[in-house]
Design a protein around this ligand. Structure first.
Ligand SMILES: [Fe+2]
Length: 230
């Protein structure tokens, strides 16, 4: 069985802007992603398993537990629906149930947008590729402020799974030759300009994969913080 799916010019992601005047972090300039040192966080499984999840499909068969949302409620919709760019988030009641995880998240020097735990059911390469997309991270984001990017922390140990990435060409379509795989063992910690890069999680396991996804505004300070962790 071979995959014939490949995004074309009618894909909804193509309309999402690539070129804007927002401040961008030099650390992401070349490849659009940066892999930091694997974290050795001793987080009890209850901190992600016992949270309130929403059935919200994005990039496969997914559920999300919001740790921070646009108004502090347990919801997944875009901040723009509340008239806000994806930053200035308010932590939800889930955050209080994840003290160890929040202890780390609070060390990240960033203006957070949505912070969510994703629960992704297994999906192999061909199936995952059908959900590859670019994120609309910067809708309503003032152009003289920082570009919103996303950071991941892998909670479950899936060394054979990976974030599948493709850079975009001048038409906003994925470049096959730029394919990159970021492995997702426990503690994997990486940042992706997910508005520029097409992305989807390929999860070759037999149990759900859990990870934290954090929207964060680009600043020189966050750039330095990421560099120190690489
Ligand atoms: Fe995405």
């Amino acid at each position: 069985m071979s995959s014939t799916f490949w995004p074309h010019s009618e894909h909804w992601s193509v309309k999402i802007p690539l070129q804007t005047p927002h401040y961008r972090m030099p650390v992401l300039e070349e490849k659009g992603y940066a892999i930091m040192k694997t974290l050795d966080l001793d987080i009890p499984t209850a901190e992600w398993e016992d949270l309130v999840y929403m059935d919200w499909k994005s990039g496969g068969d997914t559920n999300f537990a919001p740790l921070a949302s646009c108004d502090g409620t347990i919801e997944c919709k875009g901040f723009w629906e509340n008239g806000k760019p994806d930053k200035g988030a308010i932590f939800t009641s889930n955050a209080a149930l994840s003290p160890k995880l929040m202890e780390y998240i609070n060390t990240i020097p960033a203006n957070f947008g949505r912070v969510r735990i994703i629960k992704l059911l297994p999906q192999q390469f061909d199936q995952a590729l059908r959900s590859v997309h670019r994120d609309d991270n910067n809708r309503l984001n003032p152009e003289d402020e920082g570009w919103v990017v996303r950071m991941w922390i892998e909670l479950t140990d899936n060394p054979d799974s990976f974030m599948l990435l493709y850079d975009s060409d001048e038409n906003g379509l994925p470049i096959k030759g730029s394919e990159a795989h970021v492995p997702m063992p426990r503690g994997a910690h990486f940042v992706v300009d997910s508005q520029r890069l097409w992305h989807v999680g390929v999860h070759n396991g037999d149990k759900p994969r859990y990870a934290v996804i954090i929207s964060a505004e680009s600043t020189p300070e966050l750039n330095e913080w990421i560099k120190k962790k690489m």
